[in-house]
Design a protein around this ligand. Sequence first.
Ligand SMILES: Cc1cc2nc3c(=O)[nH]c(=O)nc-3n(C[C@H](O)[C@H](O)[C@H](O)COP(=O)(O)O)c2cc1C
Length: 368
Amino acid sequence: MSSADPPSPAAGAPLPPPPPDPSGPVIGGIRLRSPFTLAPMAGVADRPYRRICVEQGAAMTTSELASAAALARRGRHTRELVRRDPAQEEGVPFCIQLFGKLPEEFADSARFCASELGADMIDLNFACPSRKVVRSGHGAALLKTPELCLKIAEAAVKAAGVPVTVKTRPGFAPGDPDGPLVLSLAPALADLGVQALTLHPRWATQAFGGEADWSLVERLAKILPIPVIGSGDVDSPGLAMRRLRESGAAAVMLGRATRGRPWLFAECLALWRGLPPPETSRETIFGAASRHARLLEAERGRRAVFVLRSVLSWYIRDLRNAAAFRRRICASEDISEQIEILREALLGGGGDAAEAEEGNASGDPCDA
Ligand SMILES: Cc1cc2nc3c(=O)[nH]c(=O)nc-3n(C[C@H](O)[C@H](O)[C@H](O)COP(=O)(O)O)c2cc1C
């Protein structure tokens, strides 16, 4: 099977039936059009990426990770990073995600993002495990000082004027005799007025290793009075539905699986509504990928050629001879030429959509 064919949602265990009332969750008074949202992915889910996913049905998007300190200084680069896509539809909330460690900076930047930058919601990052972020006491490092998490949330909720949400991990590291920190921290955050909590159920020390432990999402959904969003390892419509049903989460975030496969949202939506999955032909893939390329070009000009080396490689990674096409895309210095290579790969009869080659699925696309 390849990404050129719609995955069979029925693969694996039997599918749960669609929910009786297919309406999306409500976060702080804002109703989402479905329970399938795009995960924040710094360096990946930029404006063009988010636009493509919204067009395919994503119910909410989040900005790239933004420094609360930089926004408190009104830094030009960070303001540009988190600027709302003017084409993002009214009914699809846009969230700006902040990282930092000083409550007053979170408060000021939350207010600024909501009033000046078009954020419908503010998300506080207590989740990022990257060494650089953690070393500065930001992201998941905040889970080492839960009192500070509460002060940050309280300050942001008071200042934002829009719903404030939190994205977090179960805790910094396993081994706490009281169990995962999030089970005590999250109710306290809800008491302070946080309107939804997203859990990526891997310890920060795990980063992306091992499997996401969805039993923690389930435990959290049982005890929290606010919507819980689960994030981790969902890569098919069948699994998205199963995670929703079995964990009791209000929504599921789709992250890595949407790279080169934004129509995963359309497939999830169809299943959720009890409709047959949409057809994903080679033409559909080429259409989405070339549009993605042109949106990136409109945003970044000729510099898009470098980003497109990975972006276009995602769309063809399941072709049998992906490596050869990828090398050509990576060697090209011209966006139109890159799109032509893509056309040849997908529509020219050269790229046999079959099993992915060993070792192609990740990493630097130009390594192969
Ligand atoms: C490249 C990349 C960048 C990410 N950046 C962020 C981020 O800025 N903020 C955040 O909360 N999570 C971030 N994440 C984590 C995702 O939002 C998500 O929780 C995680 O990837 C698990 O979901 P998945 O298995 O569907 O990808 C990132 C993940 C990836 C792969």
